[in-house]
Design a protein around this ligand. Sequence first.
Ligand code: SAH
Ligand code: SF4
Ligand code: F3S
Length: 473
Amino acid sequence: MQMPNLLEAKKRTKIEPKTINYEINKEYKNLGTNKTYHIKTYGCQMNEHDTENIKAILEQMSFKETDIMENADLILLNTCAIRENAHNKVFGMVGRIKHLKESRPNIIVGMCGCMVQEEVIAEEIISKYKWLDIVFGTHNINELPRLLSNSLQEKKLNLEVYSIEGDIIENMPAKRDSKYKAWVNIMYGCDKFCTYCIVPYTRGKQRSRTKENIINEVKELIKDGYKEVTLLGQNVNAYGKDLDVNYDMSDLLEETAQTGIERVRFITSHPWDFTDKMIEVIAKYPNVMPYIHLPLQSGSNKILKLMGRRYTKEEYITLYNKIKEIIPNCAITTDIIVGFPGETEEDFKDTLDVVNTCKYDSAFTFIFSPREGTPAAKMEDNTPLETKEQRLYELNELINKYARQANEKYQDKVVPVLIEGPSGKNKDLFMGYTDTMKLVNVNTTKDNIGKIINVKITDVKTWSMDAVEDKSE
Ligand code: SAH
Ligand code: SF4
Ligand code: F3S
């Protein structure tokens, strides 16, 4: 048993992270023969990519994937801790799985991801969910074969969650969801410690991968036929700051563009570290997509300060204007939290004001959720939930209005789309995204799957567009 610890999770030392080369021990390779697994993934792209690693590890152990949870011999929940409702969702699912386990006691049930990195959750598991088989955290995915082997041998809760600053694990295999688009981690963890956020505790210290490892991964992906990579990190603009090299995110973005991959994206960009050189590189390389997710969080300087975001409303708008000036067709999306402790009507108006200025292409909006152990959870919060819900509603109305307006500019335009596969809502159409990350349902043929084609927009809605293949060239 290895329990996570909040005080340890907060620590940041000068100790260099170790790079560990993942390798599977031969003795684990047949443990999953004739067994199936099913994984449910919650949370952000980081977790989605972790799931891709976990799937590949399980397949090295001879497990086979099944889409039907009820049939699986191994069920894993890869969890998220960002807000309270993530907690409720996961434990709701755990309740359902308990019934399965009652009728099929031999199945193995596990939890992993950010939620189990929380000390309170690990304690809750030990007191109320002792029937779970394995629990492991974000730092020891590479140990899954050993943990599973223990569980197969002995039926007892096997909880191993480390609250360490973290290592870098290289060479983990990945069973990617897409054959055309790939996530590439460029860094792990986060050192920003925004006062509301649990991520620096669940994911540890900021650790950048070396540029060689990143670029090699991109080159391998090109060889495997991938068309698009998304460079992934909680705060990609801080890439390299923890390494002793004179090489930053703009350099990495440029070198990735120079590999010749057809599309490069990156998320997430903290406005604080966004340099002019970044904007230049995005503008210079046609294969760097004109799309930036630029979380605002709040438009009030007072609240931004309480959040520890380290920029002002004015600085944010200046950056926004600079991006739009140099890359006019750049789509910009954002994240906003309403109801942060101490947010007054006046503060909320400041947020609406920034939205009215920036007219975002779209936004994720949230009501503040106190996370145990973070500074904001201890701040005095007198705003009733009803008021927060009203603010969220008002904000969403505005966001939707601008999202639709942004889409309307595309009517009758010809734009490039990477066709990914059949559309979810109409089997005769094919879905994909524009360079600016707009979801498009295209009337085309299946031989275009995996290709970037020009399409003509025929109809726009708030969250998607319809189009036909453009054969005019
Ligand atoms: N690294 C990214 C954010 C990752 S979390 C960044 O800094 O931009 C994704 C979003 O969840 C955040 O941008 C924030 O808007 C929201 N979020 C994080 N913690 C939250 C909390 N405690 N309550 C409500 N929303 C939160
Ligand atoms: Fe959380 Fe802030 Fe780090 Fe983003 S930058 S992950 S919001 S602490
Ligand atoms: Fe959730 Fe962890 Fe991502 S808390 S948002 S899964 S980094």
